[in-house]
Write a protein that binds this ligand. Structure first.
Ligand code: 6R9
Length: 675
């Protein structure tokens, strides 16, 4: 299946559900009345206080200009802040010049902080490497020299297809040093996905590895590069290959070059290339929820400003003392902004871990937190729910007392998981920041501030100082408190996407045509009585059952609140009578699964009744299917369109962006068995 083939079922701009103010089925999220204000000790030491909102509100562009000057080092200072005259194409700090790698690495060394650890790398097999900022400067400079020797110049695109090893960070920064935009392709993606991304960006160099370690075994990467290039990639001149696993690789002489032969011998001196603030820093393709992948591109000055600002204030980073860990892979935007650019520009010390949370045992993450004394942890709800499924005695076996801020990203976090995260991982003490943002927004947009906001389990709450977001109805009018609609951003922001690579029209159509002058995020949202924002999932995940608007998130949240259910995914399947019908896929908790497996009918009926009780009879799933796994992208998002294919008895569409592509076979096989 090609990525194009499933386009008709997944429209680019999803058809908006009518009546966005219908509140049917959304009430139970909004009856959440638990509040967790920051402790006075935390508030007293926090980087951001309530005054930050006032400062930003007084003069939004001026506020961002101050942030850009305070947080970055400019080789040529800017005099212009925002140019919005060619909206929706923004230019921020356009006459300023800088280099991203210099800001992330060199300036810390020049300021005498070269000995500070930048990366604590933990390999899946237990091998470790520690890189200080001085080490990073050497490695990045060598890589930049080696890449330049392979013909990479300023403006050329470089595709990166690596496991989460230090070379991935080094390569991204080496690209930034040369002013060569990188396009990171997640290592779990197929040769086909890689090929389409290389072609679209016309990359001249591909950086890869023989393989990486996953679940205790070497998992090859180089063959996918060979396969992708065999499909034809006229722009690619060289493939630079890191030796990670030692597994045998096919070799194309003249094209393929070993990292250790090219980089290790290169000079550690390299002058960073000064670029314009609006010079493209990277392209990142969004996961395949649409036809042709969208190459979202970001530029340098505005992106780095908001990356650094959000990282400093949302996580309350203290670069001298914190040990920060974001569990994301660099193959998605969270890894770009909150593993590479945000933390390094801020001079943080961080952990990166190559493997899966359950290798070699289910306490691996907590062992890492204990070992490095991690103070700030940033992860995804899907991971939290997985840990819930494994049981709280596992984290209880480790010392997690170093933790002081917990973050969540990637999808709405159900109150159940939020409470578990706070109680079990955060000892009922740490603030939780639920951060809403997108590949397109480049950095966090909506989130509590940990020293200011009284948090509410399940809500991302408020736009950050400097950001203007709202929830509007079909006519682009802000909805009153208590009502739902579409999330929009109403003012340009520094780290906004500058477009879709090579396709300005698609950029306009996708984000700026639904509501003129407002950025359409594609998410449904609701304001509660206090005006706080609750994300309700993608608009295309909103179902319409007999004219009632139901959120997938809402029903999933109800299912997961039942003691038998570990994880749930809900889709709207076409239904003759009701338009759409609710179909739920659930993973049962270990103990419940055993007891219930003998009686599928009881499971179905119990859970259907439970949803009806929690939300209302209209939300009662037509069908509940017990499955062993759910199809997820590497960023943890459930690929509901694949489940919709199953629910509607279609052949399953393109699954190339799944973290584990065998999951759909497992589900189909499980469903084929008689209950
Ligand atoms: C950073 C990232 C973006 C989509 C976004 C929304 C969902 C992300 C969320 C959230 C509710 C949160 N999303 N964070 N929904 N609460 N805290 O995930 O980027 O991969 O581009 O996905 O993810 O639906 O529109 P990306």
């Amino acid at each position: 299946m090609t990525e194009q083939s499933d386009a008709p079922t997944t429209p680019e701009t999803p058809e908006a559900p009518h009546d966005p103010q219908a509140t049917q089925g959304l009430e139970n999220l909004l009856t959440e009345d638990r509040r967790f204000p920051p402790s006075s000790e935390f508030a007293a030491q926090a980087n951001a206080g309530a005054d930050l909102y006032a400062w930003a509100n007084a003069d939004r562009p001026g506020f961002w200009a101050d942030q850009a000057r305070d947080l970055l080092t400019w080789s040529t200072p800017f005099t212009q802040t925002l140019d919005w005259s060619d909206a929706p194409f923004a230019r921020w700090f356009a006459d300023g010049r800088l280099n991203a790698a210099y800001n992330a690495v060199d300036r810390h060394v020049e300021a005498g902080r070269g000995d500070r650890v930048a990366l604590h790398f933990e390999g899946e097999g237990g091998d470790t490497r520690t890189l200080t900022y001085a080490d990073l400067q050497r490695e990045v400079s060598k890589a930049a020299n080696a890449m330049a020797a392979l013909g990479v110049g300023t403006g050329d695109r470089v595709a990166i297809y690596l496991p989460l090893i230090p070379e991935a960070v080094v390569t991204m920064l080496a690209c930034a040093r040369l002013g060569a935009p990188h396009s990171v392709v997640f290592g779990g993606f197929s040769a086909e996905a890689l090929s389409s991304r290389i072609l679209d960006a016309e990359a001249t160099l591909v950086v890869t590895a023989d393989g990486g370690f996953r679940r205790g075994n070497p998992s090859a990467l180089k063959p996918a590069v060979d396969e992708a290039l065999a499909k034809g990639a006229p722009s690619v001149r060289h493939v630079l290959v890191v030796r990670r696993t030692g597994q045998p690789v096919e070799w194309t002489p003249g094209r393929d070059v070993w990292w250790h032969e090219a980089v290790d011998v290169a000079s550690p001196q390299h002058e960073p290339v000064e670029v314009d603030a609006e010079h493209p820093l990277f392209i990142l393709y969004t996961s395949g929820t649409t036809g042709k992948p969208k190459g979202i591109f970001h530029t340098t000055g505005g992106y780095l400003t908001q990356a650094a600002y959000t990282h400093l204030n949302v996580f309350d980073l203290k670069p001298e003392t914190d040990v920060y860990w974001c569990t994301a892979d660099v193959g998605w935007i969270t890894g770009h902004t909150y593993v590479v650019y945000g933390p390094l520009v801020n001079g943080a010390t961080q952990v990166i871990y190559e493997g899966t949370p359950d290798t070699p045992h289910r306490g691996r993450w907590w062992e890492i937190v204990q070992k490095y004394g991690v103070t700030i942890l940033y992860t995804a709800p899907t991971a939290i729910r997985t840990c819930m499924k494994w049981g709280e005695d596992i984290p209880a076996g480790f010392d997690l007392s170093s933790l002081r801020v917990l973050g969540s990203v990637g999808e709405p976090i159900n109150p159940e998981a939020w409470m578990w995260y706070r109680r079990v991982i955060g000892a009922d003490r740490t603030p939780i920041v639920d951060t809403w943002w997108q590949t397109e927004t480049g950095a966090i947009m909506i989130s509590p501030l940990p020293g200011v906001t009284a948090t509410k389990p399940g809500s991302a709450q408020v736009a950050l100082p400097g950001i203007a977001a709202d929830v509007v109805d079909d006519d682009a009018k802000p909805v009153p408190n208590g009502a739902g609609g579409y999330l929009v951003v109403t003012e340009p922001w520094p780290s906004m996407l500058r477009g879709i690579w090579g396709d300005p029209e698609r950029y306009r159509d996708t984000y700026w045509s639904r509501f003129r002058d407002l950025y359409f995020a594609g998410d449904g949202a609701k304001k509660d009585a206090d005006g706080d924002i609750w994300l309700l999932g993608r608009v295309d995940d909103v179902m319409n059952v007999s004219g009632h608007r139901l959120s997938t998130t809402e029903i999933e949240s109800a299912l997961v609140a039942h003691p038998w259910v570990a994880e749930a995914a809900v889709v709207g399947a076409t239904d003759e009578t009701t338009g759409q019908a609710v179909v739920a896929f659930v993973i049962l908790r270990g103990d419940a699964a055993e007891a219930a497996s003998s009686d599928a009918a009881t499971v179905q009926e119990t859970l259907r009744t439970h949803v009806a009780k929690e939300i209302g009879p209209i939300a009662k799933p037509r069908q509940i299917l017990v499955v062993p796994e759910l199809p997820k992208t590497r960023s943890g998002k459930i690929m509901r369109r694949l489940l919709r294919d199953v629910a509607e008895h279609r052949q399953v569409g393109d699954a190339t962006t799944l973290a584990d592509s065998s999951v759909m076979d497992l589900i189909s096989a499980g469903l084929a068995r008689p209950a």
